[in-house]
Design a protein around this ligand. Structure first.
Ligand SMILES: Cc1cc2nc3c(=O)[nH]c(=O)nc-3n(C[C@H](O)[C@H](O)[C@H](O)COP(=O)(O)O)c2cc1C
Length: 153
């Protein structure tokens, strides 16, 4: 499946997640492109079957500044028939834990994209735990795609 991962990051954790998920999906046979939100446009999404968004949370549960332009472009794009999922890093010290993930999920659904899994939110934990969570997320995504007959068994 033609897959794109678009992510925003300030301190690197969501980027690390994006890289882990990309590596696991590539190993499972997916053709994965990975792009930082500032280097791509929401219009690019129409060229892919599977859309994964990585969004870090900032301020009072907001999207990070570098995701804003991409987010604001989304209403211009019809994602009917596309599949997707969202992930991102947060810190449960804050009242609105990793809510950028929820914001991006709502935005994708609004454009017609079907979400295959609940969003993956990671807290401040060691890299090994993030790696395991991301590999598990990619494995579940692959399973869902197989169940739906989107990739060959
Ligand atoms: C000023 C500031 C505000 C933050 N606000 C939130 C927040 O509202 N909710 C949350 O879950 N995490 C918040 N965080 C934590 C970041 O989301 C967390 O450090 C995350 O790992 C950053 O992801 P990144 O490394 O991909 O940039 C905040 C961090 C800082 C420094």
């Amino acid at each position: 499946m033609k897959t794109i991962i678009v992510y925003s990051t300030m301190t690197g954790t969501t980027e690390f997640m994006a890289e882990q998920i990309a590596a696991a999906l590539t190993e499972a046979g997916y053709a994965v492109d990975i792009a930082e939100s500032t280097n791509t446009s929401a219009h690019e999404l129409t060229g892919y079957d599977l859309i994964l968004i990585g969004a870090n949370t900032w301020d009072e549960g907001d999207l990070w500044d570098e995701m804003i332009d991409f987010y604001e472009e989304l209403p211009e794009v019809d994602l009917t028939g596309k599949k997707g999922a969202v992930f991102g890093a947060g810190d449960s010290f804050y009242e609105h834990f990793a809510t950028a993930v929820d914001t991006m999920e709502e935005a994708l659904k609004k454009q017609g994209c079907e979400l295959l899994l609940d969003g993956l939110k990671v807290d401040v934990v060691p890299d090994e735990e993030i790696e395991t969570a991301c590999k598990d997320f990619a494995r579940k995504l692959d399973l869902r795609c197989r169940e739906l007959g989107l990739v060959q068994q």
